[in-house]
Design a protein around this ligand. Structure first.
Ligand code: BG6
Length: 497
């Protein structure tokens, strides 16, 4: 199995990709558009096949029409390359299978046995309740070859215990080296650039510690509400939906020690150490260190929008659509450096960023007329406008006394790459899963360690009388989130807002 670390764009080995949940939203919005793009860029060998699976009875033609529509809806210029689209669709077929019953499996066996030497990738784009049942059927029908992989979509459980059960059930059928747990944030261009920034440059790593860094902020803000996903979301909430996975993964990449090589287990060993070193938050400190909120009606992009309960069609729910947390990592490098984390739906904008705030200079040689010396900041923007800005102090140009001001050294990746859009995270992750490169996927012990930190927060919330605090749609969350950071004499990065 290949362990090549980089997500390169060379051709992957010929494969059969079986998508459980093949008529679902994720397949339509993300998987097929991503596969089409990779196909158009000649990364997918001609003989590779994509087999959509779901319970519905559909002919291959009807399924191809569904996939065609999905691609045209989600890939801007797909319709302008009809030949490429036809070529792609010729690789797509459909199998009607009862994922946990017996029906349809023999048909899938028949299709797959036509080319047993292909890399076989099973993609579970279904509810995690089905992971165990599908894995068992895959084994029962003898579908696991040495070159088989399984891709697990989040959520991986709703707490530590259920995640353990899912991992154990999948682990009875697939070895850990065959399991690819997706966190699509790890496939984002800037997230990987974070590793390049830290470990391919001399100048940042010596400063990357509590001696030089005052605090770190991680914000993942969305302007959309829960929309059609209310049913799932209401049982999840922002802590499980965004913090347990995406935000903790970002935190790990910012905080981990340099791995000795850029190889899957070396990277994941270091991330695991960070998760294990997170200071526990439980009923003793949950009210000081966390804030949860729920949006009410308000406006988004100038349009009036309903509140969470209205969208849900319910009178009552304490599910959080916003969370802010002051986290700390108890190790030598980070002792005393707070990591302020926040995420929410229906916020004032769609902004994801990591802000490294450096400590003030130790002594100023300038007098008061020079003005205030602001702290250096490094802003790493995940979306939109992926890029980085290093804010440094310079002298205002011109004669007279020195006056200082903070200026950005700004880099937009889109400009740096000559206007090219970076590929969607799923494009990279799908190719990596087929290739067998696990660097950008979570190992079972990482998932377990993340839940070990999250579970006591969930338990403490359950036991307090404090409810999720209201915030108007189109704002930056409840005022308590501002208070959380201002109590420490700091503010959220106002440029995001
Ligand atoms: C998903 C969450 O994992 O990530 C969604 O379940 C969220 O609730 C989404 O909207 C955000 O992803 P992105 O790539 O749009 O930032």
């Amino acid at each position: 199995m290949s362990t090549a670390p980089f997500s390169n764009s060379s051709q992957v080995p010929p494969f059969d990709l079986v998508v459980f949940g093949g008529t679902g939203d994720l397949a339509a919005r993300k998987l097929f558009p991503a596969l089409f793009q990779r196909c158009r860029r000649a990364q997918v060998p001609e003989t590779s096949r994509i087999i959509g699976v779901s319970r519905r009875p559909l002919s291959n033609e009807a399924y191809q029409a569904f996939v065609r529509d999905a691609i045209c809806d989600h890939v801007k210029d797909a319709a302008s390359t009809p030949e490429a689209l036809d070529r792609f669709l010729r690789r797509v077929s459909f199998c009607s299978v009862d994922a946990t019953g017996e029906a349809g499996w023999p048909d899938l066996v028949q299709v797959l046995s036509q080319v047993p030497e292909h890399v076989r990738t099973f993609y579970f784009a279904v509810s995690p309740d089905l992971f165990a049942g599908i894995s068992q059927r895959i084994r029962q029908f003898g579908l696991v070859t040495p070159d088989s992989h399984v891709v697990l979509e989040k959520p991986l459980g709703k707490d530590g215990e259920s995640a353990r059960a899912v991992n154990a059930a999948v682990g009875e059928v697939f070895q850990e080296s065959q399991v690819f747990r997706i966190d699509h944030y790890l496939g984002k261009e800037t997230v990987q650039n974070l590793m390049a920034l830290r470990f391919a440059n001399r100048m940042f790593e010596p400063l990357w510690n509590s001696t030089h860094i005052d605090h770190i902020q991680i914000t993942v803000a969305e302007d959309l509400g829960v929309g059609e996903r209310g049913g799932y979301y209401n049982t999840s909430g922002a802590l499980r939906d965004m913090v347990q996975n995406h935000i903790l993964q970002l935190l790990c990449l910012v905080a981990m020690e340099p791995p000795d090589e850029f190889e899957a287990d070396a990277v994941r060993d270091e991330k695991l150490k960070v998760l294990k070193a997170l200071k526990r938050i439980d009923e003793r400190n949950v009210e000081q260190l966390t804030v949860r909120g729920q949006y009410r009606s308000g406006s988004s992009n100038g349009e009036p929008v309903p509140g969470y309960l209205q969208e849900l069609g319910s009178d009552e729910s304490n599910t959080e659509t916003f969370v802010a947390i002051k986290a700390e990592i108890a190790n030598w490098r980070w002792a005393g450096v707070p990591f302020y984390l926040r995420t929410g739906k229906r916020l004032a904008g769609r902004t994801s960023e990591i802000v490294i705030n450096f400590r003030p200079i130790s002594h100023s040689i300038f007098d008061a007329t020079a003005g205030r010396i602001s702290q250096n900041r490094l802003v790493i923007r995940l979306q939109p406008n992926e890029g980085m800005t290093l804010e440094i102090m310079i002298k205002d140009p011109g004669p007279g006394n020195i006056r200082l001001r903070r200026m950005p050294l700004d880099m937009s990746f889109a400009e740096a790459y000559g206007g090219a859009n970076s590929p969607d995270a799923y494009e990279r992750l799908l190719m990596d899963a087929i290739r067998g490169n696990q660097t950008l996927f979570m190992r079972h012990d990482e998932v377990a360690a993340a839940w070990r930190w999250i579970d006591p927060i969930l338990a403490a919330w359950k036991n307090t009388s404090q409810r999720a605090q209201a915030y108007a749609a189109g704002t930056w969350g409840p005022s308590a989130s501002v208070a959380l950071i201002e109590r420490d004499g700091r503010t959220w990065n106002e440029d995001a807002e």
